[in-house]
Design a protein around this ligand. Structure first.
Ligand code: FUB
Length: 289
C-alpha cells in the first residue's frame, strides 16, 4: 500500500467519505540516537484514499519534538488512533514522558486535536491522567459515549469525559481475555448490536489477531477465535484496525514483508473481512505475500 516509508499499527477511520489511515512510522534513527535494533518512531503521517487504491500522504501530523510532556529524544511515538466528535478530530498517541528513559515502560497517552482529519494537530500540555500504557483505541458508541482502551501487559478500558481528553471512570482490566501470552493493541467496534474487542495475542511464539464479543463496550467479553494467524514473514508483532467502507468490512494490519531482515521496519496492508450470519468473523488470509 505504502512503499516509500515504513508504516505499522494502522488505524483506519472513515471521515467525510474517505478512508484515513493513521499508522506508526518506523524509521532507523541517526547513528547514536534512539534504541538500536528496536522500534524507533519520531513522528506520524496520515494517509487518505477515496478508493483504497490511490493514497495521498498528508505529511507529518505530529512529531515528538512538538509534544510538551514527551521525551523529545525517545523515538517512541507508538501505535495511534484518531476519532471525530462534533466536527473536531482527536488524535491519541502513546509516547514516553520526560525522564522515562529509553527502556521498557514509561509510556503515557496523549491527545492532540485538529479541525481536519489531516491536521494540523495541536497536542495537549499533559498526557491523560490515570493512564499508563500503549496502543490507545477510542470507540464512540451510538449514544455518543466514548471509551478509551489501551494495553500494558493486559487490556484496559474506561469511559471518556465528553471533552474526550480525560477519563470519566476508573480503568477496568478485561480479565476475561487470555491471561497467558502477551496481549496488546485493543481495537473495539460495534456491528449489529455486538461489541467486538479485537487484539493481537501471542498464543504461540509471535502475535496473531484474535477477537472477543460482548453486549456492552466495557464487557464482559467472551473470546471467540482467531481473525488472522501468525505472519509468515516472522515479525513478532501484528497490530490492526477494522472498519467498514462502501459496504465492505476491511482489516488493516502490518507485517515485515518489505523488510525481511529487520522486523521493526514494518509495512501496512489491508484485506477484506467477512462475517458469518451469527456475527462470528471468518479468518482473514493475507492476499499479498
Ligand atoms: O509499534 C510499536 C508496538 O508494536 C505497538 O505499540 C504494538 O502494538 C506493536 O505493534
Amino acid at each position: 500500500m505504502i512503499k516509500d516509508q515504513f508504516t505499522a499499527d494502522p488505524t483506519a477511520r472513515l471521515f467525510n467519505g474517505k478512508i484515513y489511515v493513521y499508522p506508526s512510522h518506523d524509521i532507523v534513527p541517526p547513528e547514536g540516537e534512539g534504541r538500536a535494533g528496536w522500534f524507533n518512531m519520531a513522528d506520524y503521517h496520515v494517509f487518505s484514499s477515496a478508493d483504497l487504491v490511490t493514497w495521498e500522504d498528508h505529511g507529518v501530523i505530529l512529531s515528538q519534538k512538538e509534544v510538551p510532556w514527551a521525551d523529545k529524544d525517545a523515538y517512541s511515538m507508538w501505535a495511534p488512533d484518531a476519532v471525530e466528535k462534533n466536527g473536531k478530530y482527536y488524535f491519541y498517541f502513546p509516547t514516553r514522558g520526560k525522564g522515562a528513559g529509553n527502556g521498557e515502560g514509561g509510556f503515557s497517552i496523549g491527545v492532540a486535536t485538529a479541525d481536519k482529519p489531516e491536521g494540523p494537530f495541536i497536542p495537549q500540555e499533559e498526557p491523560i491522567q490515570g493512564v499508563t500504557g500503549i496502543d490507545p483505541n477510542v470507540f464512540i458508541d451510538k449514544d455518543g459515549q466514548a471509551y478509551l482502551y489501551w494495553s500494558q501487559g493486559k487490556i484496559y478500558g474506561a469511559r471518556l469525559q465528553g471533552n474526550m481528553l480525560s477519563l470519566a471512570s476508573d480503568p477496568i482490566i478485561f480479565r476475561e481475555l487470555p491471561q497467558e501470552g502477551h496481549i496488546e493493541g485493543p481495537f473495539v467496534f460495534e456491528r449489529e448490536g455486538i461489541y467486538y474487542l479485537t487484539y493481537p495475542h501471542v498464543a504461540n511464539k509471535i502475535e496473531r489477531l484474535e477477537y472477543a464479543t460482548g453486549n456492552d463496550p466495557l464487557g464482559p467479553f467472551t473470546p471467540q477465535g482467531v481473525i488472522m494467524d501468525e505472519s509468515d514473514s516472522g515479525t513478532w508483532t501484528n497490530h490492526h484496525s477494522i472498519t467498514e467502507f462502501k459496504d465492505q468490512w476491511i482489516l488493516f494490519y502490518h507485517d515485515n514483508d518489505l523488510s525481511p531482515d529487520f522486523d521493526k521496519n514494518r509495512s501496512i496492508k489491508a484485506d477484506s473481512l467477512f462475517f458469518n450470519k451469527d456475527g462470528s468473523i471468518q479468518k482473514v488470509i493475507p492476499s499479498l505475500r
